[in-house]
Design a protein around this ligand. Structure first.
Ligand code: NAD
Length: 264
């Protein structure tokens, strides 16, 4: 089913790596004009080059953005609208997992604050400016906002990352409320809850076989997910195929959050 995003303009934050990179590639392949936003400009530029390689007639630009900085997020949305005329899809996907994020007692306040700045405020800023751009769209008015949360926003883990977990719970709660507030404006807001994935974010953190095996035993499908498997879900939520879906915690987790005992 190609061309699912034709005539749409999309911003993908954290578009230089992992879920964001696969989503930028897929969105462009499905016909969207894509603005790849990342703190790492080299990575965003590489993503744009990969888009050109995979989909030669696609339109894409890279914009250096720290999603935790409101002025930069406003400038990002302004650039998208100035360059491509409108904004239809805002994928607030950038997030961090701080290496010193631990339990409630050992986690330092600066780790908590940085995690919240990027993972929660970053999503809020993205929504704030995306909503305003989508309201101003000539027909069709409206759009799709997709926020990356995590399965840890839905279930507890005995391998603590207290700030990260709290930040993803906040993304879920914020997204549901946004969905209600903007439902009558044609702006749909959904969260994606990925399970653990084979991306640099998690694999840098799980840097020993022991740490990986501690998680793998809990995964019903017996493997980590792939970034493209989340990108495909994001593409669905971005497209008109999901026109009656808003306010959902869309789980793409290989069955993890439905699991009591894993299969042998
Ligand atoms: P990744 O580390 O592969 O990519 C994240 C990208 O975000 C990087 O290119 C990085 O430069 C960029 N980034 C970091 N801070 C930024 C900032 N302040 N502003 C703009 N860009 C910034 O990570 P990923 O695994 O693709 O994760 C993407 C999202 O998915 C995150 O929100 C993460 O919390 C979430 N998630 C990941 C997993 C997993 O297992 N990998 C599971 C659940 C949820």
């Amino acid at each position: 089913m190609p061309n699912r995003l034709v005539n749409k303009v999309a911003i993908v934050t954290g578009g230089g790596s992992g879920i964001g990179l696969e989503s930028a590639l897929l969105f462009a392949d499905e016909g969207a004009k894509v603005v790849v936003a990342d703190l790492n400009l080299d990575a965003a530029n590489r993503a744009v080059a990969l888009i050109a390689q995979k989909t030669p007639n696609a339109q894409a630009i890279a914009v250096k953005t720290d999603v935790g900085n409101e002025a930069q997020v406003k400038a990002l949305v302004d650039t998208a609208v100035k360059t491509y005329g409108r904004l239809d899809i805002m994928f607030n996907n950038a997030g961090i997992m701080h290496p010193e994020d631990d339990n409630a007692i050992t986690t330092e306040e600066r780790v908590w604050d940085l995690t919240m700045q990027v993972n929660v405020k970053g999503v809020w800023f993205g929504c704030k400016y995306a909503v305003q751009a989508m309201r101003a769209n000539p027909t069709p008015v409206g759009g799709s906002i997709i926020n990356t949360a995590s399965f840890v926003g839905l279930m507890g883990a005995a391998t603590p990352q207290i700030a990260y977990t709290a930040s993803k719970g906040a993304v879920l709660a914020m997204t549901r409320e946004l969905a209600m507030i903007h439902a009558r404006e044609g702006i749909r807001c959904n969260s994606i809850c990925p399970g653990p994935l084979k991306t640099p974010l998690l694999m840098n953190f799980l840097d020993t076989a022991e740490k990986r095996d501690r998680r793998l035993v809990h995964l019903p499908m017996g493997r980590f997910g792939e970034a493209i498997e989340i990108a495909q879900a994001a593409c669905f939520l971005a497209s008109n195929e999901s026109s009656y879906i808003t306010g959902t915690d869309f789980k793409v987790d290989g069955g993890l959050t439905s699991c009591y005992v894993t299969p042998l």
